[in-house]
Design a protein around this ligand. Structure first.
Ligand code: HEC
Ligand code: HEC
Ligand code: HEC
Ligand code: HEC
Ligand code: HEC
Ligand code: HEC
Ligand code: HEC
Ligand code: HEC
Ligand code: HEC
Ligand code: HEC
Length: 325
């Protein structure tokens, strides 16, 4: 019932807007709002006041005209409105620091008066479908760049490759958490088939099994690190978040762990080698860097044994300078 009344009011308001086309824009917007029962001080009234002064987040050819308020849109787009009302973006109808204005639908689509006057003329409103990815992203970031998670998006590899917010998020039609177009792992694999193959190797981080997620190590919105990798709060390697025992500091550090990092010896996604090592045999891994030193002071016999049988604390030690324990 509430919806029907609102739709009716919206329709009247839409008519009012076109009837008032000759009035100055601010008067037009206000009269539309008053018709809907808003008064200065009510949320709608505030919205109406904002219509007079607010500039759209990023100005486009389609960003002309006045804000009419979400309930006017509801008049003709009731299904979308209901979804919107139940989604986090309902918050865009509220005046907050993040939303800079309370324009609801129009905070993304731009002022809608011309579109409404044209009886739904879609050349008179910003539609995301045909938009360039940079224009889409700019719109979303006008609110979301305040969020630390999305702050680095402009410099991300994704952005540089023309991936936009709507490649991964569906504002109106998502049934997933965070408005994703698909569940995260499936989403990432839809473009990253090569990485999917890595995670299917015999030794792998259990991402497909749901134990950990791509976003534990990467931020799809970009980071200050390479490969869109996350780092721990003290700017250290992403791996320490879960493998804190490898973090040290140790009295005797194994230099490559500190300098080159974990990927000097491990593949991060998966490998055909046990422990996701980069070499099938541990000894050949060690000998890549220690061919000369291992020969000195080791008998022929010890060289055949597994290096890590003796040098077992390979990630660093507090007791032995050659990592025996
Ligand atoms: C008077 C009825 C009416 C009102 C009010 C109205 N629209 Fe529309 N809108 C339509 C119609 C009809 C279409 C479909 C146009 C077409 O497909 O050619 C449309 C299309 C759109 C599209 C483009 C869809 C596409 O396929 O690309 C967007 C975006 C849109 N409307 C947003 C809004 C917003 C935001 C508001 C509120 C400011 C609003 N509309 C208010 C009738 C309306
Ligand atoms: C947070 C930004 C945002 C808000 C708020 C928003 N939209 Fe959209 N809208 C989009 C995007 C992005 C698309 C492109 C399709 C998609 O990604 O889901 C879209 C698509 C549309 C379409 C095209 C048809 C369709 O189903 O995709 C219409 C019509 C539309 N929006 C109307 C509205 C109306 C009416 C409201 C308010 C009730 C609204 N939008 C609020 C971002 C937004
Ligand atoms: C007018 C400001 C504004 C614009 C523009 C905007 N958003 Fe939002 N967005 C919000 C607010 C407010 C919330 C809810 C509060 C929050 O999560 O911080 C939100 C939440 C979200 C969420 C989190 C949903 C959840 O379940 O936690 C996603 C994802 C999102 N927006 C994506 C987008 C995308 C994609 C666009 C561009 C098409 C966009 N937003 C444009 C204000 C905006
Ligand atoms: C390559 C895919 C991808 C792109 C592109 C993308 N996102 Fe996301 N987004 C995600 C994933 C995955 C999550 C869930 C993150 C998690 O689980 O930590 C998410 C979460 C979010 C959230 C809610 C959670 C949070 O921590 O903030 C918001 C808001 C959001 N994205 C906004 C945006 C905006 C705005 C853009 C464009 C500037 C964008 N996203 C581009 C994949 C993407
Ligand atoms: C719509 C397609 C698409 C989706 C979905 C997608 N990506 Fe990407 N991603 C790309 C493209 C294109 C590149 C750049 C070329 C490349 O490295 O393959 C890229 C690059 C990357 C890179 C390499 C960054 C660098 O600096 O080299 C990482 C990491 C990444 N994506 C992670 C993810 C994660 C995690 C998800 C899921 C949340 C995801 N991607 C979803 C298209 C996508
Ligand atoms: C355990 C942490 C971790 C997880 C989980 C993870 N990655 Fe990575 N990923 C990395 C690291 C570390 C690199 C950098 C490798 C390098 O530069 O040698 C990387 C690199 C990449 C790259 C760049 C190309 C390449 O293969 O080196 C892409 C693309 C990528 N990851 C996508 C994904 C996707 C998609 C997921 C989820 C299915 C995912 N990653 C899960 C740690 C992880
Ligand atoms: C989100 C938590 C998380 C992060 C971040 C993480 N790991 Fe892991 N890692 C695990 C879990 C859980 C296991 C246990 C393996 C299993 O049972 O799937 C594991 C196992 C391993 C193993 C042993 C695999 C085996 O075959 O025994 C190695 C090596 C490893 N991780 C290296 C890394 C490296 C390198 C990084 C950083 C690129 C990293 N991990 C980041 C959770 C994580
Ligand atoms: C110099 C090579 C090298 C580097 C660098 C290295 N590892 Fe390892 N790692 C190994 C070897 C060799 C094994 C196998 C030890 C065994 O089988 O007993 C191993 C085993 C592991 C295991 C599984 C067994 C265990 O001890 O828990 C994890 C987890 C692991 N490494 C994580 C990491 C992380 C995290 C980093 C980065 C901080 C890292 N590794 C850096 C060589 C290395
Ligand atoms: C990526 C190169 C690299 C790999 C792989 C590597 N190391 Fe090292 N390791 C070094 C460097 C660099 C040092 C610092 C001392 C040096 O210059 O020899 C070092 C130090 C050591 C030391 C202490 C010796 C000393 O002089 O302080 C031992 C013991 C050692 N490594 C054993 C191993 C074993 C066993 C493996 C295989 C599991 C291995 N390393 C793999 C680069 C590597
Ligand atoms: C049977 C036990 C044993 C095995 C197996 C073993 N080592 Fe050693 N390693 C030692 C001993 C003992 C030392 C000398 C320790 C000292 O000087 O206090 C040593 C010293 C080293 C040093 C430091 C040499 C220097 O001169 O500073 C390196 C590097 C090293 N080993 C690498 C390796 C590599 C690589 C392998 C596998 C190919 C390996 N070790 C296998 C026992 C072993």
């Amino acid at each position: 019932m509430r919806f029907r009344t609102a739709a009716l009011l919206a329709f009247i308001a839409a008519l009012a807007v076109s009837a008032n086309a000759a009035l100055p824009p601010s008067a037009r917007a206000l009269s539309g709002a008053f018709l809907m029962g808003a008064y200065p001080g009510s949320p709608e009234g505030k919205a109406a006041q904002n219509q007079a002064k607010a500039a759209a987040p990023s100005s486009q050819a389609t960003d002309s005209g006045q804000y009419v308020g979400a309930t006017v849109c509801q008049g003709c787009h009731d299904e979308l409105y209901k979804g919107f009302e139940a989604s986090p973006h309902w918050m865009t109808t509220q005046e907050t620091k993040m939303t800079h204005g309370a324009h609801g639908c129009e905070s993304c689509h731009g002022p809608g008066s011309a579109h409404v006057e044209g009886g739904g003329d879609k050349t008179k409103i910003f539609t995301f479908k045909e938009a360039k990815s940079e224009d889409i992203t700019k719109r979303c970031l006008s609110c979301h760049e305040a969020n630390p998670e999305q702050r680095e998006f402009m410099r991300s590899t994704h952005n540089e490759n023309g991936i936009s917010c709507t490649s991964c998020h569906s504002v109106h039609h998502s049934k997933q958490e965070y408005l994703l177009v698909k569940k995260q792992t499936a989403l990432c694999f839809s473009c990253h088939a090569e990485q999917r193959a890595d995670f299917q190797k015999p030794f792998h981080h259990r991402v497909e099994e749901g134990l950990i997620r791509c976003s534990d190590c990467h931020n799809a919105h970009g980071t200050l690190a390479v490969r869109q990798l996350r780092s721990t709060p003290d700017q250290d390697m992403v791996c320490f978040k879960c493998h804190s025992d490898k973090r040290g500091p140790f009295v005797f550090e194994h230099e490559p762990v500190k300098v080159e990092g974990c990927t000097a010896c491990h593949f991060p996604h998966g490998s055909t080698n046990p422990r996701m090592l980069t070499s099938a045999r541990t000894n050949s891994l060690c000998l890549q860097c220690h061919a000369a030193t291992a020969a000195i002071g080791h008998t022929q016999n010890t060289r055949i044994q597994q290096c890590i049988d003796c040098h077992s604390s390979i990630h660093g030690s507090n007791l032995s300078n050659v990592f025996f324990k």
